[in-house]
Design a protein around this ligand. Sequence first.
Ligand SMILES: Nc1ncnc2c1ncn2[C@@H]1O[C@H](COP(=O)(O)OP(=O)(O)OP(=O)(O)O)[C@@H](O)[C@H]1O
Ligand SMILES: [Zn+2]
Ligand SMILES: [Zn+2]
Length: 799
Amino acid sequence: MNYASVLVDVSVRQTDRAFDYAIPNRWEDAVQPGMRVIVPFGPRKVQGIVLAVKDHTSVSKVKEIGEVLDVIPVLTEELLLLGTYLSEETLCFLITAYQAMLPTAIKAVYKKFVRLHSKESIDYLPEELQAIFTHLERREWSELEELVSKITTVQRAIKEGLLEVDYEVKNKANKKVERVATLLEVFDHEANSISSPQQRDIIEFLRLNGQTSIKELKERLGITESPIKTLQKNKVINVHSIEVYRDPYVNKQINRTSPLPLVDEQKNAYEKIATSISNNEHKVHLLHGVTGSGKTEVYLQTIQNVLNLNKEAIVLVPEIALTPQIVERFKGRFGNDVAVLHSGLSIGEKYDEWRKIQRKEVKVVVGARSAIFAPFENLGLIIIDEEHETTYKQDEHPRYHARDVAIWRGNYHSCSVVLGSATPTLESYARAQKGVYELETMEKRVNQDALPTVEVVDMREELHRGNRSMFSTALHEKIEDRLQKKEQIILFLNRRGYSSFVMCRDCGFVIQCPHCEVSLTYHKNTHRLKCHYCGYEEHMPKVCPSCQSDYIRFFGTGTQKVEEAIYQQFPEARVIRMDNDTTSRKGSHEKMLKQFGNGEADILLGTQMIAKGLDFPKVTLVGVLAADSSLHLPDFRASERTFSLLTQVSGRAGRHDLPGEVVVQTYTPEHYSIELAKDQNYLDFYEQEMKIRRNFHYPPYYYLVLISISHQDLMKVVKVSEQIAIYLREHLSNKSIILGPVSSPIPKIKDKFRYQCVIKYKYEPALHAVLTKIQQFYQEETDKGQLQITIDFQPTMFM
Ligand SMILES: Nc1ncnc2c1ncn2[C@@H]1O[C@H](COP(=O)(O)OP(=O)(O)OP(=O)(O)O)[C@@H](O)[C@H]1O
Ligand SMILES: [Zn+2]
Ligand SMILES: [Zn+2]
């Protein structure tokens, strides 16, 4: 008899290890590590992952595996190992690590049922339940909740043993199938004897075109099902189902491109990476290239190089930049060899793209963060574009950084990792300076033109001169000019930490969320106020809740307000506004960019989502509104973010033949991150920012851990946070710095109070053990869900 060690799909501490199950004889050879199975676990059936297969067990009463869900393992040997690394490094449950690697479609959904214990039980049930269970002996829990007057009646019957709870594992994954018809050859010569013209058409069509879907047959020949059925019955044709992929790009015409002759800087970078590839070396190359220096072309040719060696490549692109433009550049070069994974796809589409990878039908995957787990087995290259983007860090469990996973996989496959950016993180650049990474620099734009000229406008002066509009005189003039010349404009509203809050001008009262202690945001189209943390909503009040004045107004600038201002000041301008409101429908993002690319609008107005990766030849002016709103967040990376954002946005102008100009509007023009972004002067910014980081003990000089504690009861949060801080001070070396506990920048979310501690350390070998101890100490309480303690290594957010 063989046994399987199975990790069950239940995230609590007690199940964070494998349990043994017997493999029934009929599946003796079928069960392999990395496959999903269904196993009995207590009263229920749960999904689990086979970690190992062995021929003995020390468990005396071992249960049997109930079902095997896969034919090929969903997790490769490498990914199984990677899961262990992730759970150790981020202190998450092993199952959580594996779940992060799999597409949503194959994660289990559990349905709860209630059924009669036995036929006789019915007589002992209360009348209400008798009626319900007489017709159907098994009912879904959610259905019962509707049927009975009080759910406690059901609970009592369960306690008394009359009813039983039953769980069913459902798979969300549904493969899409299509019915197709083929001609059976034996009947070819007898086809002549068929008299029905419709049937003859079908035969003729199939003879010419081969296997055809029933749907297409009906459409093309204008027929119904019936002649098809007749032919099938008479064994002239064969009808069967085949699996098809839901491919969002299937109807898209993407022109094939061929490699461009590289310019010197590109060639240099390409060759350095090519050398590591041909030597099968695991090296990390930091490709620091200004915007428009042609990094993408270097990626494309490097990938080609790897494909020639019959190996595979993963390309990560930040979600926000995963625009059709980028996808087309990869599909254009590698066609059907490319799978695409991003959040814009439906669950089914993502599953299909993932299966193409699993079945080795593609060699390149382009995707957002989680694509780093693509189940390739012969990896030759991993590229992370815009490596400075914070979205590469997952902000829920497992709190991993895609860069770390990339380097782990690169090491495993002995292949190169390329990190590309115009504004690398200080962490990566410092590593490159120390020689841990290889630095490749591209200082010039491909088209040899200078970078766009950037003018910084002091909005305080504009105000003093009596200009109260959103647009400075300079920006206004330039917009007019471009509109006249029929060139295009991008207006970028830096909205992070910026909201249109409602304030009473009489008494200063600001309307806040009753649950989160943040101000509510005004939404014009619904005339409602909304909390962006918990979703709470209310009507815009007519009078101030505090002093009854009717002089209550919203403040701050949203994209809608900017749009209105544009229409007022430039009535002839055609505007496309891109923000969360206008792009929530699937495909709308893509459609708007296409319209702008086709010249159907003069101005593209948007938030963060238009800052990255866009490449429109006719854009010659970029305006940045409220450049410094990202500077005043309670986050030590605020300057770095502002610098990188401004550099990226400016990089959208003048990328082709027409020269570009940028106008940056700010209230703090003297701030170094704004001054240096003006010249895209990364090196000076790096030097200056590094000094600050050193003085204040921040990364890359120190590592950080953020511990957040939350609970409904404030006293409880304070007590636990203090206990944790004391424990840390006692058990970590005195070289480490422990900050807090303090109340978090957002002190309350969804009625829970939030506190935090920060650990700054350089070398702390006991760290993981100490933190695990803390987790275990509060485990019972955190498993119940009231108390929450999250541990975040190298956090990117401090809110
Ligand atoms: N060797 C080359 N010869 C001619 N044109 C090139 C070459 N390499 C790149 N280009 C073109 O130059 C433009 C900018 O290149 P690309 O988008 O690759 O730059 P990038 O560094 O990735 O930009 P960003 O980081 O700003 O998105 C593109 O239109 C691209 O087609
Ligand atoms: Zn709220
Ligand atoms: Zn008031």
